[in-house]
Design a protein around this ligand. Sequence first.
Ligand SMILES: Cc1nc2ccc(C(=O)NCC(C)C)cc2n2c(-c3cc(OC(C)(C)C)ccc3Cl)nnc12
Ligand SMILES: [Mg+2]
Ligand SMILES: [Zn+2]
Length: 344
Amino acid sequence: HVPDRGIEELTSAPTKRMEDFCPNFDSFVSVPRHVADSDTCQAVMFMFDDLSLTKQYRIHRTTLARFVLLARKGYRDPPYHNWSHAFSVAHFTYLCLKNLRLENYLTPLEYFSFLVASLCHDIDHRGTNNSFENSSGSALSGLYSSEGSVLERHHFSQTVCILNREGCNVFENLSEKEYSAVLDIIRDIILATDLAHHLKIRKDIEAMVSQKKFDVHNQQHRYLLLCLLMTASDLSDQTKVWKNTRQVAKLIYQEFFSLGDKEKSLGKQPAEGMDRDKADIPQLQVNFLNIIAAPVYKAMEQIWPNECGVLCKQIERNISNWKTIRQKLENKEVEKTDRTIFEE
Ligand SMILES: Cc1nc2ccc(C(=O)NCC(C)C)cc2n2c(-c3cc(OC(C)(C)C)ccc3Cl)nnc12
Ligand SMILES: [Mg+2]
Ligand SMILES: [Zn+2]
């Protein structure tokens, strides 16, 4: 049951201007985590309107409001994989759609599906990961372990459930054929958020962007581009000002270490990055940003050098900030405490 008060507020509230949500709302320098939590659902509706999706697909206001409220309701409250993450990911997707002229690279249905998939890509996340779901023999692994990407298949299945709810289907005015195409695109995009999948295809992505031969008529190229952009959205906190990046890392390690504690209580040895007694956070972050995150935005920069340079520069600044903290810890200049790493 969607809270009626929510729909009333969302559909009757005077639409706020862009700047009311946060400064430079439609620019890559903006920080979506600065948007007030009570404004996020309205901000999502603003994004659909601003991209002309509401008009183009004749989405009723109440349908869009119900869909956004149900998506929000679908998220639990672990430290990181919660609604704030979903909103910031959807916001970066909006920035790409708007600033990278993606209507010239994607089909209209891919363009529309990308924003919907971004909003729903982690629905009902439990603050675990696929290896924990599989090793603990969870209900989700029972359902999906034979295909892999257990959590991501669940996020997709939850998304379909929302779309099937009465009065919540933002795709209701599409033909049968278009609707089935949209579900396939959303499934591919959400499955692309499995780190294991990204590691499998990133060579193909780098090959495509380095030979400057992106061919908009090539379905595989558009698929690889959607995977790259979805990963970029999922990691976009790392392209923002240092305070945001550092605060997000704090949330991620709260979630990782709780999972590690859970694995220990089950008599299992967690991975080093999940073990609060072993993890060297600055080192882990330098590695993750260098090996996984920075290459994603460098690939984007090859296609959009003018627009994405700012993303690569900010990631480099954040990497160097982690190196400075690592150096201080090595020199024993400071104590290895959360204060040192996350506060000062
Ligand atoms: C700041 C930041 N540090 C991270 C440090 C480690 C890891 C991790 O999973 N390490 C275990 C591996 C290496 C065996 C993830 C991190 N991470 C993510 C993230 C990305 C994901 O997948 C895509 C989006 C496809 C890359 C999926 C889940 C998450 Cl939480 N987002 N931000 C971060
Ligand atoms: Mg995920
Ligand atoms: Zn995510």
